[in-house]
Ligand binder design. Structure first.
Ligand SMILES: Cc1ncc(COP(=O)(O)O)c(C=O)c1O
Length: 396
């Protein structure tokens, strides 16, 4: 059966088309005025001094950890329950991840988890905190612990725009926060990311490393009075700049960010209202008011009362035409990390419990109520209908 309700759907409309047309008409497609405008508006939105647009959140995280001054051999706390990008950037720098368990039903690193980890690994100098699913981690407490233990924080806010905590936007807490504008994120540029900071030295380092370690960006070279050919290379940098075509989509999306967030919240509230009586699933837990949550994901966990495995559940949803996903297969199960760091599942009990049954439901703006009803009815049917008894093995 063809899929009738996708897992994710990008809302693109006239606003994005208007900005893209301006870029196409300008004849300047790579990084220029639209990117600058997107950076300025994004920084204002999250309440940060500086924003640097790049071509992915992975690039932003890489530039961020470099700018924080990491050295080869340094150790970095990172959750196991995250996308590989959060950890791979540590390896880009020849440093090593120390994987942490996360809280069940939020998949966040909590102050208690962090305190325990510091006792076990006092040598760790960095923390990558992931605002999983769009819910902010407990930043004031986590920042206090890190200050007391000389640990620098890099915020992986790939899921967390727009997210708030105690009235402050994610992006205005720590030294460096990195956002993703990948196609299924809460706002998109197709591919793209943004690094924000209040620290001028970090900003300058990131701007240089973003474009080959060149001391002037292309826009500056072609618009300034100094001859455009003249530039210096001061570092071996990267090619991570965001083209204006992408920034144009971002500008169009940014203006609708709160509308999109409200729309996601509407779908989430429908899910809570119609699924919470099912005792065989654990729904996501929120420590913040619904209005402060970006709701990038709605991950549920099939618990020990469910008479069906996660994989069979996903197959049945797919047969019913409903797209789902899994966030995440924890990194301690991924061959590269598991083998290199000799990781043992028993060290991550909450992530393990989640991994046994985690499924993310479709979630995007403007989901028709009929679709939400169909999804909830299908889930109820799958979980409450008796499953066929396992067949005995045929005798030889
Ligand atoms: C937690 C997390 N961090 C980082 C990334 C990387 O984002 P990007 O695809 O923009 O590089 C993702 C992507 O899904 C993510 O989920």
């Amino acid at each position: 059966m063809p899929q009738i309700i996708p897992f994710a759907k990008v809302p693109i409309g006239e606003n994005e088309r208007k900005y893209i047309k301006e870029v196409l008409d300008s004849g300047w497609l790579t990084t220029a005025g639209k990117t600058l405008e997107f950076e300025k508006r994004f920084a204002e939105y999250v309440g940060a001094k500086y924003a640097c647009a790049v071509n992915s959140c992975t690039a932003a995280l890489h530039l961020g950890i470099d700018a924080l001054g990491i050295q080869p051999g340094d150790k970095v706390f990172v959750p196991s329950m995250t996308f590989t990008a959060s950890a791979e950037i540590i390896r880009y720098m020849n440093a090593d991840p120390v994987f942490l368990d996360t809280e069940y039903q939020t998949n966040l690193i909590t102050p208690a988890i962090l305190n325990q980890a510091i006792q076990l690994h006092p040598e760790v100098k960095y923390l990558i905190i992931v605002h999983y699913g769009g819910q902010a981690a407990a930043m004031p407490e986590i920042m206090k612990i890190c200050r007391e233990n000389n640990i620098k924080i890099l915020e992986d806010a790939a899921h967390a725009f727009p997210s708030r905590l105690n009235g402050k936007m994610v992006g205005s807490f720590g030294e460096v926060s990195c956002f993703s504008f990948y196609a299924n994120k809460t706002i998109t540029t197709g591919e793209g990311g943004m690094l924000v900071t209040d620290d001028e030295a970090i900003y300058k380092r990131v701007k240089t490393m973003r474009l080959h370690g060149i001391n002037r960006d292309i826009w500056d070279r072609f618009t300034a009075k100094v001859p455009s050919w003249e530039y210096d290379v001061v570092e071996a940098g990267y090619k991570y700049n965001m083209p204006d075509v992408n920034a144009a989509i971002g500008l169009g999306q940014l203006e609708q960010a709160e509308l999109f967030r409200t729309e996601r919240q509407r779908a989430v509230e429908y899910y809570y209202a119609h699924l919470q009586s099912l005792e065989m699933i654990d729904l996501p837990l929120s420590h913040v008011p619904n209005e402060d949550h970006a709701w990038h994901l709605f991950p549920l966990v099939l618990n020990e009362k469910a008479n069906i495995s996660r994989n069979t559940f996903i197959e049945k949803m797919s047969e019913a035409g409903i797209g789902t996903s899994v966030h995440y297969k924890p990194l301690h199960h991924m061959t590269y990390y598991k083998e290199r760091y000799k990781l043992v599942a028993a060290d991550y009990p909450n992530a393990e419990r989640t991994w046994q049954g985690n499924v993310s439901l479709p979630l995007y703006p403007f989901m028709p109520e009929d679709d939400l009803a169909y999804i909830c009815n299908t889930i109820t049917q799958i979980l409450t209908q008796p499953q066929p008894e396992p067949q005995p093995e045929p005798q030889p």
